[in-house]
Ligand binder design. Sequence first.
Ligand SMILES: [Zn+2]
Length: 100
Amino acid sequence: MCGRELGLGPWWMTAPGRGVHEECAAWGERPYPFAAHLRRLRALRAKLGHAVRAVELSIEWFERMQGRWPSDAQRILRRARRWQAALEQRLRELGFDRRG
Ligand SMILES: [Zn+2]
């Protein structure tokens, strides 16, 4: 654009084999380059939000059962397995493994 050597930068590749100084590029003619990154971040935020809500529900239940221990022990033991399995299933659905 300006004819100077690209040098050490900052510069950007605008096409294969074509670079332009950062301060010389016609940024106004280009769409926001981080739109795809932003979409990924929003998707990650949604996924994390779903995981946090699932974990919170599980914490609430296990805390409530702690207060009923040991008088309700047998019932708690039976239901706890379902709660554990449901949380693991939900986290797997969201792409987290049980340790993730
Ligand atoms: Zn330039």
